[in-house]
Design a protein around this ligand. Structure first.
Ligand code: FAD
Ligand code: DHB
Length: 395
């Protein structure tokens, strides 16, 4: 079997790339080690930048997103018992974010892929990649009990942080930058109508908490916990108790309570691999970089990576040049590092770190008071949250 681009991983990065290539008439095979249902049901991100929404609409996969996505003009920062509104749209010339679950994005993209008839194999085993520095790179895997080998012009490593692509690059050819955080997020989905139309990022003496949503009937909530926290230690009652302590404001606002239908703990880290390419292997999305979720950037960075990669591959196959492919890593990393900076800043501004003093707490409150009181500071936050532009024009 031969394909132009072999794609490992059917998360947002792999599926978006597959469809962008399809639109350019470039063939690809996508291999995914999990089942279709698992990939669709995995609860993760929820905030799409304007650029990600525009991309999906341009690709012709944004119809349900347009219908069911919840556009948000702004968000709240809450501290010392008060919510402070930040009008993202007004500060960024009318740009908005859209709340639409990552699992819905993935569902739409799987449907779009299936409709093209191009190959997407779920539940493959023992995926390995070979000869990435040659023009006939190979992907080997097991599928339906058979050993398969695909030769590829290029391989796209879209297999997330724990995938096999990045570790397949010889050690001296890639550098890793990493930072772990002394906390994680406990997240829940609750069957309760969202009690605020916009997200509420909360800094509380007991730690960070976040109010979000998935639909007019489902609330999504998170709070900061120790990094190794076992979800089994948290009964539903204990979760609501903690959530309400952190989120309730002096004016009596609090999230509506309802049955918890999903819960889990996510560790937090910042990570960048440089460069995002080795020979004919291109890393995209979480396989190349991870941000802590506070800035809501991960999925959006994955979308930008594959937009650049698809344009580079289109330019290559049109026989025009390898310029964009050659610059792929530099172009992406410039934006990735700015998103790293912003996600780190949001995280340290809104979380409590172990060992902090009361001085640190008061200083952090003053920081938030400044941010929500200064138009200059809010503008900086807004343009980063809404998504920084890519510094180059793609064809
Ligand atoms: P993934 O989604 O991880 O996809 C990789 C795929 O590769 C998976 O399907 C995996 O099963 C598959 N795979 C792995 N190994 C192999 C293998 N060996 N062979 C074949 N397939 C393999 N981002 C935002 O932008 N906004 C948010 O609001 C946000 N909130 C988040 C909240 C939480 C709780 C979490 C955990 C993440 C959040 N993120 C957010 C981050 C976002 O979910 C990720 O950045 C995004 O999933 C990256 O997409 P990806 O396709 O690169 O990787
Ligand atoms: C959600 C997740 C985030 O990481 C974030 O910053 C905002 C919202 C969410 O899942 O809705």
């Amino acid at each position: 079997m031969h394909t132009q681009v072999g794609i490992i991983g059917a998360g947002p990065a792999g599926l978006l790339l597959g469809h962008l290539l399809h639109l350019e008439g470039i063939d690809s095979v996508i291999v995914e080690n999990r089942s279709r249902d698992y990939v669709i049901e995995r609860v993760r991100a929820g905030v799409l930048e304007q650029g990600t929404v525009d991309l999906m609409i341009r690709m012709g996969v944004g119809e349900r997103l347009r219908r069911e996505g919840l556009p948000h003009q702004g968000l709240y920062f809450s501290f010392a018992g008060r919510r402070h509104h930040i009008n993202l749209a007004e500060l960024t010339g009318g740009k908005t974010i859209t709340v639409y679950g990552q699992n819905e994005v993935v569902r739409d993209l799987i449907d779009a892929r299936t409709a093209t008839g191009r190959p997407l194999h779920f539940e493959v085993g023992h995926v390995t990649i070979h000869d990435m520095d040659s023009e006939r790179s190979k992907i080997r895997f097991e599928h339906n009990g058979r050993e398969e080998e695909i030769t590829c012009d290029f391989i796209a490593g879209c297999d997330g942080f724990h995938g096999i692509c990045r570790p397949s690059i010889p050690e001296g050819s890639i550098k890793h930058y990493e930072r772990e955080y002394p906390f994680g997020w406990l997240g829940i989905l609750a069957e309760a109508a969202p009690s605020s139309e916009e997200l509420v990022y909360t800094y509380h003496h007991r730690g960070f908490a976040l109010f979000s949503m998935r639909s007019p009937k489902i609330t999504r909530l998170y709070f900061q916990v120790p990094p190794e926290e076992d979800i089994a230690n948290w009964s539903d009652d204990a979760i609501w108790d903690e959530m309400l302590q952190r989120l309730t404001t002096r004016d009596g606002w609090q999230p509506a309570i309802g049955p918890i239908v999903q819960k889990g703990v996510t560790p937090m880290r910042s990570f960048v691999a440089e460069p995002m390419r080795y020979g004919r292997l291109f890393l995209a999305g979480d396989s190349a970089h991870i941000v802590p979720p506070t800035g809501a950037k991960g999925l959006n960075l994955a979308a930008t990576d594959v937009m650049v990669l698809a344009s580079g591959l289109a330019e290559y196959y049109a026989g025009r040049s390898t310029r964009l492919l050659d610059d792929y890593s530099d172009i992406c990393l410039r934006r990735v590092w700015k998103a790293q900076r912003f996600s780190w800043w949001m995280t340290q501004t809104l979380h409590r770190f172990p060992g902090e003093s009361e001085f640190d707490y008061r200083r952090q409150l003053a920081d938030l008071d400044y941010i929500t009181g200064s138009r200059a500071a809010m503008t900086s936050l807004a343009e980063n949250y809404i998504g920084l532009p890519l510094d180059i024009q793609l064809a």
